[in-house]
Design a protein around this ligand. Sequence first.
Ligand SMILES: Nc1nc2c(c(=O)[nH]1)N[C@H]1C(S)=C(S)[C@@H](COP(=O)(O)O)O[C@H]1N2
Ligand SMILES: [Mo]
Length: 257
Amino acid sequence: MSSPFRPDLPPDPRILDDHAPLVRAIERRGLLRGGLSLGALTMLTGCDVSSTSAVGKALRAISTFNDGVQAVLFDPDRLAPEYPEHLVLKPPRFNAYFPVEEVKPVDGATWRLDVAGSVESKRAWTLQDIAALPEKQIIVRHICVEGWDYIGQWSGVPLRTFLERVGADLKAKYVSFRTADDYPSSIDMATALHPQTLLATKYAGETLPDPFGFPLRLRTSTKLGFKNPKWITAIEVSNVYQSGYSERKGFNWQSSL
Ligand SMILES: Nc1nc2c(c(=O)[nH]1)N[C@H]1C(S)=C(S)[C@@H](COP(=O)(O)O)O[C@H]1N2
Ligand SMILES: [Mo]
């Protein structure tokens, strides 16, 4: 990051294209207007951005800026862009902290969703219980910090509706998730109540396939991919901050788009 900028060797602007999803994510935050240029990136970071790996590092530095600043900057009620159905990627692109061959399918018949914390009803939910809830569909862009993205079509109960059904304290700060693969994750209440935040049970109108989180996964529309835990087994409402798997690897907790 610290090697000197070489104005005598202008970097090829096309190396920005290698990082198109991150550039888009940063631009959508309203920090940059009218398109990010390599010159602007150099000025913002003081780094030599003449190689694709240096560009990636510089962009990640911008994108992982302070959580507190993000909480102030982002309007939690802003809607994410939605897309037409013909752009939906089928099947979706898989990612997890392990390869797809190591996915351990969850048995829907014995699966239960535990509910804990500041809620009136701590009764566990079956798949049938969840299926009886009202369903909403969204077609939104999934953006992974690793630098790829796709448009996905998700359906399931809005998390807000679910939280209302269990009598959750909607003034609590956090909603935290546990998963079958031990991938803890948590979001702020404003994001939990956002109209485009679902507990998804379907992809492209079909039951969620095992690699994509059967039977239940979170689908936020205003956060990076890693804030969408798959194979959810428990939901907790609380005022106690809980870190997540990816946050422990150094990614910032808000990770708003
Ligand atoms: N339980 C669980 N959820 C997870 C992950 C994981 O490893 N385990 N990976 C996250 C990351 S980094 C991404 S990009 C998305 C990928 O979701 P997809 O496979 O549906 O595209 O899942 C997120 N949710
Ligand atoms: Mo990701």
